[in-house]
Design a protein around this ligand. Structure first.
Ligand code: IMP
Length: 430
């Protein structure tokens, strides 16, 4: 039995979906434990593209158990829509294939409304959220005023919890944001119907997961977003509202963290970020634009253009250390083909402060004044999307990979050179 975790080692959008889908082939159970429909995990199977926001990326492999754990902020309308969309494409998601935690918090339409209203309220100080209601839902979870999936199924509980919830939210929306109050009945009917459809999938997924582990099943935890968006360890306040890495698994799945055998970070061969906030290695101008176009760097959830920059070894080293990573998967290496030179941020100078920092600064004021020190190596021109053996890569590409590996301090175990399942180069045994 092996229990592995895959997490984003940058600001999200590292290509985790493809790696989870691939590794799901030799796993029995795939588990989401945090985040919500803010995630957009893209998987390409036989040329067909799937973008999953809430269903774990193991649903595209047959015979796997996929769990949405209690730590996920679930928009149940998205879960049902994804089940329906997959059914239209010939993939049946039955109750063996998908389990949903009764204790996961529900993202109601009101949460999305508040998310967007509070971004407007923040104005120039906005986070640049995905507008999927993530922050308001987790805030209600911490305030103990939220609704959980189990509440949707028990009609009496739904009515009373929803009544209390809407009374408070209506006051907030009306008095602070100048919006219309929300009437209980329509919302109750809508979510009662959703609860009825979802009910067969719902259970105590923590207990189910621990039982599966006792039975010796292989388990893969699927992180969403990235370490630099972690609410505690990321670039707060420009973060998402959950613990995105290995630390989120215990509370978010009901699984003992000391039973996780190995964690693997996923990072692009360069770096991207969507939304506001510090991004030390960002490239503005033609080079950034070239990366965006070559990498098709537009958000899978919101379609927003992603900010692009060179690989930031300081940030990735921090993310890998924070999560005790055993290895790193480097994605989108093919996107770097065609650059005369490739660069990596290997340390930071803080304007008016420390110089040559190799540790990621925790303080936002320092972060805002960080100037990365870039080092450069020759690039390569050849198209590498058809390469499947490490030794067949151009020498300059191998030099780049080995350079990054030395900088981040953990072995690079796999390279991805395109969106298809087979466009990978395993290098664990190099
Ligand atoms: P929220 O998670 O929608 O509240 O957004 C908070 C921040 O996290 C924003 O900067 C978003 O762009 C970013 N974010 C949230 N989910 C993802 C993701 O899956 N990929 C990349 N960025 C994300």
């Amino acid at each position: 039995m092996a229990t592995r975790s895959v997490f984003g080692a940058q600001w999200g959008d590292e290509g985790k979906g493809k790696i989870i889908d691939l590794w799901a082939a030799d796993t029995d159970v795939i588990v989401r434990y945090q985040g919500g429909a803010n995630a957009g995990h893209t998987v390409v199977v036989d040329g067909e593209k799937f973008v999953l926001h809430l269903l774990p990326s193991g649903v595209l492999q047959e015979g796997k158990i996929n769990i949405i754990g209690n730590g996920v902020a679930i928009d149940p309308t998205v879960v049902l829509r994804e089940i329906d969309e997959l059914a239209e494409r010939g993939i049946t998601i039955d109750t063996k294939r998908l389990r949903v935690s009764a204790n996961a918090h529900v993202i109601l339409d009101t949460h999305k409304q508040i998310d967007n209203a509070s971004e407007l309220w923040l104005g120039a100080g906005r986070i640049g959220t995905t507008g999927r209601g993530i922050g308001p839902c987790y805030a209600d979870k911490a305030s103990r005023t939220g609704l959980r999936i189990g509440d949707l199924i028990d009609r009496e509980r739904l009515r009373s919890r929803l009544a209390a919830f809407l009374a408070e939210k209506s006051a907030l929306l009306e008095r602070v944001h100048g919006a219309e109050p929300i009437a209980l009945d329509g919302v109750y009917d809508r979510y009662a119907a959703i609860g009825e459809r979802l009910a067969p999938y719902v259970g105590d997924t923590g207990a189910e997961l621990r039982r599966l582990a006792r039975e010796g099943k292989d388990i893969l935890f699927e992180g969403a977003q990235g370490a630099m968006l972690d609410i505690d360890h990321g670039t707060y306040p420009f973060v998402t509202s959950s613990n995105t890495g290995v630390g989120g698994i215990g509370p978010g799945a009901g699984f003992p963290p000391n039973a996780i055998d190995a964690a693997f970070g996923v990072a692009k061969a360069y770096c991207t970020r969507v939304g506001e906030g510090p991004f030390p290695s960002e490239l503005e101008g033609a080079l950034g634009e070239k990366l965006r176009e070559l990498g098709n760097e537009y958000g899978a959830t919101t379609g927003r253009p992603r900010r692009c920059g060179w690989f930031d070894a300081v940030a990735v080293r921090y993310a890998l250390e924070l999560n005790g990573a055993a290895g790193l998967v480097m994605t989108n290496l093919d996107v770097l083909s065609g650059f005369d030179e490739v660069q990596v941020a290997t340390s930071y100078d803080v304007e008016g402060g420390a110089s040559n920092l190799t540790e990621y600064p925790a303080d936002l004021t320092d972060l805002a004044r960080v100037r990365p020190r870039f080092e450069s190596r020759p690039g390569w021109m050849a198209d590498i999307t058809a390469v499947r053996q490490y030794d067949d890569l151009p020498q300059a590409a191998r030099d780049y990979v080995e350079w990054v590996e030395r900088e981040v301090g953990v072995p690079i175990v796999m390279l991805s050179v395109g969106p298809q399942r087979d466009q990978v180069i395993p290098i664990a045994t190099r």
